[in-house]
Design a protein around this ligand. Structure first.
Ligand code: ADP
Ligand code: MG
Length: 366
């Protein structure tokens, strides 16, 4: 078992800065997810940890060892990719046993470990089959089994579930998380799927364009997004955001974004004033908007017109139009069903759920 420390990691491909001065500490036994859109540098970071790419600068430690100059096989890591390749001519048993055989472990020990791993992954009854006799989910489990059978210090996974169908993916998410906790292996898991990251990670490292945006627990990334990018990337649907100006009148503070105008909570006003900014972006999550057809008894509300509603079974997504802006609200279906397209609606929210960002730096203010 070991922690992983990434210090000032830089990796370029020609003129592309794939990883831009990344600093990350992954604790012993921790499950860390690297999350971000395609091309943000997740795979490159993982391959640097594995030793499959050579950093331009920076240091990588596994445990207390600087591994920059160690070849992949000496780093004591296991890696699982999206396209796992099982050896087609070998049985499941031999596929899992392979990493132990090349390390020349005694036969009895190999047998014990293969059976243990198979039991853990619930594939004991498949050990005599060949890969072509397996379903996608079974094959992926065998690949996972093969990667962990020799008990590596660090487990690296690059979108290992993205080839599976939606239902199996949900199932395997939970299975993998349980397995990681049971084995207590320090894990770095790459995905572009924010829901996967939220459900699996102890901590999430959100990346964009090679830069680390936020490194925090799923709860914090969701409730205290460090900047506009994180707020817009996490959550489904993502955070509603609108740019505007901070205005003071009669000792009160207001957000003025043209069609969107409302009084800001005092705590937000204080935070904005202490930063001395006037151009801001406000954000509110779709599930934090309270939608009503009655004018609320507060200055903290927005007005909108119902543009379209999208039923999701027990919930409903309402697209709410304010001039040329659309905000999405997620409400219970029995609430949403009462409203008609084109109807004027009032949106309120708990002041604590509001976010304010500096428009210039895009950093969270409140
Ligand atoms: N071997 C390579 N040669 C050239 N460019 C690469 C190579 N690998 C990755 N890149 C570029 O580096 C950036 C980061 O890629 P990658 O780490 O694969 O992103 P992610 O895994 O987040 O989708 C992208 O712009 C990608 O095109
Ligand atoms: Mg990738």
């Amino acid at each position: 078992m070991a922690k992983v420390l990434i210090k000032n990691l830089v990796k370029r491909f020609g003129s592309t800065l794939a990883v831009n001065n990344l600093n990350l500490e992954i604790k012993d036994k921790e499950f860390v997810v690297l999350l971000g859109p395609s091309g943000c540098g997740k795979t490159t970071t993982l391959r640097c940890i594995a030793g499959l790419e050579t950093p331009d600068s920076g240091e990588i430690y596994i445990g207390d060892t600087l591994v920059n100059d160690l070849p992949p096989k000496d780093r004591d890591i296991a890696m699982v990719f999206q396209s796992y390749a099982l050896y087609p001519h070998m049985t499941v048993y031999d596929n899992i046993a392979f990493p132990l055989k090349i390390r020349k472990l005694p036969k009895s020990e190999i047998d014990k470990k293969v059976k243990e791993v198979a039991k853990l992954l619930q594939i004991s009854e498949l050990l005599d089959r060949k890969p072509k006799q397996l379903s996608g989910g079974q094959a992926q489990r065998v690949a996972l089994g093969r990667s962990i059978v020799r008990e590596p210090k660090v487990w690296l996974m690059d979108e290992p579930l993205s080839n599976l169908d939606a239902k199996l993916r949900l199932y395997m998410r939970a299975e993998l998380k349980r397995l990681q906790k049971e084995l207590a292996i320090t894990t770095v898991y790459v995905t572009h799927d924010q829901a996967e990251a939220m459900t699996m990670g102890d901590r999430i490292a959100v990346m964009n364009k090679g830069l680390l945006q936020q490194y925090a627990s799923p709860d914090e990334v969701f409730n205290r997004p460090a900047n506009v990018f994180v707020a817009g990337f996490i959550g489904s649907p993502p955070t509603n955001m609108a740019p505007g100006t901070f205005v003071e009148k009669d000792g009160k503070g207001y957000f003025d974004g043209g069609a969107i105008k409302f009084r800001l909570p005092d705590a937000a006003v204080e935070a904005i004033k202490s930063k001395g900014v006037s151009e801001i972006i406000f954000g509110i999550r779709p599930r934090d908007l309270i939608v009503s057809d009655k004018k609320p008894d507060t200055e903290m509300y927005l007005t909108a017109e119902l543009y379209i509603s999208e039923p999701l079974g027990d919930e409903m997504v309402l697209d709410l139009k304010m001039d040329d802006q659309i905000f999405k609200a997620v409400v219970m279906s029995y609430v949403g069903e009462k409203f008609d397209i084109g109807q004027k609606l009032y949106l309120t929210f708990d002041p604590a759920k509001l976010h304010v960002f500096d428009k210039k730096t895009e950093e969270l203010i409140y």
